[in-house]
Design a protein. Structure first.
Ligand code: TYD
Length: 132
């Protein structure tokens, strides 16, 4: 079983350049309620390091590259995000850590709900206990 599920986006373009459109409940498989982006991550930093009780998200690496570790409490998987025409699904109850950011990395995250700190599991042992 693989934890990493991707959605490929159609790339539109002509001699002017390229464009990707992201639409909730169309090529993004949930209604988008929030978008945020992560950039300017310093060398050696690991971000994320949490899971969400309910939130569903999708990550798209718009520029540069980074790695993502996904952990469902039983299996771990590392993926490299290098493409801006492909979204990585981040389901609820997946512990995730992002690292090895290139200096130019811009990571867009789409979410199906607003920011809610009470939805976070930030303690790995508490996450493992919640998975059991
Ligand atoms: P955090 O989840 O710790 O992200 P990272 O590990 O990638 O740096 O969030 C960093 C801060 O940003 C924290 O104070 C919460 C805040 N935040 C918001 O206010 N809204 C949001 O949508 C997100 C994702 C974070």
């Amino acid at each position: 079983m693989t934890l990493a599920r991707y959605v490929e986006f159609a790339v539109r373009g002509d001699q002017l350049g390229w464009l990707v459109a992201l639409e909730g409940n169309r090529n993004v498989p949930f209604a988008i309620k929030r978008a945020y982006y992560i950039f300017g991550t310093k060398s050696g930093v690991r971000r994320g390091k949490h899971a969400h009780r309910q939130l569903t998200q999708m990550m798209v690496c718009l520029a540069g590259q980074c790695k993502v570790m996904l952990d469902d409490g039983r299996n771990c998987e590392e993926v490299a995000l290098t493409r801006n025409d492909c979204g990585l699904m981040l389901d609820r109850m997946i512990w995730h850590e992002m690292y090895d950011f290139s200096p130019d990395c811009v990571l867009l995250v789409l979410a199906d709900n607003w920011y809610d700190e009470t939805d976070y599991l930030r303690d790995y042992d508490a996450f493992k206990a919640a998975c059991a």
